[in-house]
Design a protein around this ligand. Structure first.
Ligand SMILES: NC(=O)c1ccc[n+]([C@@H]2O[C@H](COP(=O)([O-])OP(=O)(O)OC[C@H]3O[C@@H](n4cnc5c(N)ncnc54)[C@H](O)[C@@H]3O)[C@@H](O)[C@H]2O)c1
Length: 250
């Protein structure tokens, strides 16, 4: 129960990787707030955690909306007693964004960048006062290995997440807030699996990774747990890949 007495906020925590992290952190004793644009799914997820004995709150929050992010974090902080950990997981990643850079309509670019980048800025800024009051905290930003080559809008947004992780780590260090990033490879969230044709998923594992198995949401949750723990108290500003060695394969 390494997170007993701690409060974690998971954005986009109603489904997929975020929900897996929320459940995993709850199993380690944390109180959990789920902030998701889909308020119904956030409340449902919180009820499920509460049934298992976790102090949990589900809040409707579009992370791209500065005022909404501020009011969600204030509500969470006052209802759960503060915020120690923020997992900036909410993100858009639909395959429709995976087109050549100049072929994506500008409105789509703006939506993607608003959620994947500005969303992190909004939620991090909104959590900072509570973390400062509690003597420090940890922020984990969800990047992607797509940010290594950054050949499309999604990849560019995730490359920016790496930069934001460094910048926020520097800016928040004076408040004893560490900021780290996770860059998953392809993992088995229902959304990713539904989008990706089965043959493409198989060839990703077979031809692009060093570790020949499908990456899982639990793989990501374990890394998030480590980065938020005291064992990682000397790590900040870093983004760590959890990708089965994806970029290393010749
Ligand atoms: N699945 C993968 O293979 C993979 C790989 C690398 C990175 N990622 C990243 O991990 C994160 C989660 O991915 P997933 O596959 O679980 O996605 P998902 O689509 O299953 O879940 C995303 C959640 O975020 C919520 N959300 C979307 N826009 C939001 C907004 N504006 N404000 C608040 N909540 C919002 C959705 O309602 C949903 O509950 C994303 O940032 C994604 O880019 C995923």
């Amino acid at each position: 129960m390494k997170f007993a007495g701690k409060v974690a906020v998971v954005t986009g925590g109603g489904r997929g990787i975020g929900w897996t992290i929320a459940r995993h952190f709850a199993s380690r004793g944390a109180a959990i707030a789920i902030a998701d644009i889909d308020g119904e799914v956030a409340r449902h997820a919180a009820r499920e955690l509460a049934r298992e004995g976790t102090a949990a709150l589900g809040v409707a929050c579009d992370v791209a909306d500065e005022a909404m992010a501020a009011s969600a974090m204030a509500q969470i902080s006052s209802m759960l007693g503060g915020i120690d950990m923020l997992i900036n997981n909410a993100g858009r990643h639909l395959l429709r964004y995976a087109v050549p850079i100049t072929q994506l309509p500008v409105a789509e670019w703006r939506t993607m960048l608003d959620v994947n980048i500005i969303g992190i800025v909004n939620c991090s800024a909104a959590c900072r006062p509570s973390m400062r009051e509690r003597g420090g905290g940890v922020i984990v930003n969800m990047g992607s290995i797509a940010g290594i080559a950054a050949t499309n809008c999604y990849g560019v947004s995730k490359l920016a997440v790496r930069g934001l992780t460094v910048g926020l780590a520097k800016e928040f260090a004076g408040d004893a807030i560490r900021v780290c990033g996770i860059a998953p490879g392809l993992v088995d969230s229902p959304a990713a699996m539904a989008e990706m044709p089965a043959e493409r998923t198989a060839s990703f594992v077979r031809d692009l990774q060093l570790v020949r198995r499908q990456g899982t949401m639990q793989d990501v949750a374990h890394l998030a747990e480590f980065l938020c723990s005291d064992e990682a108290s000397f790590i900040t500003g870093e983004t760590i890949n959890v990708s089965g060695g994806f970029p290393l394969r010749p």
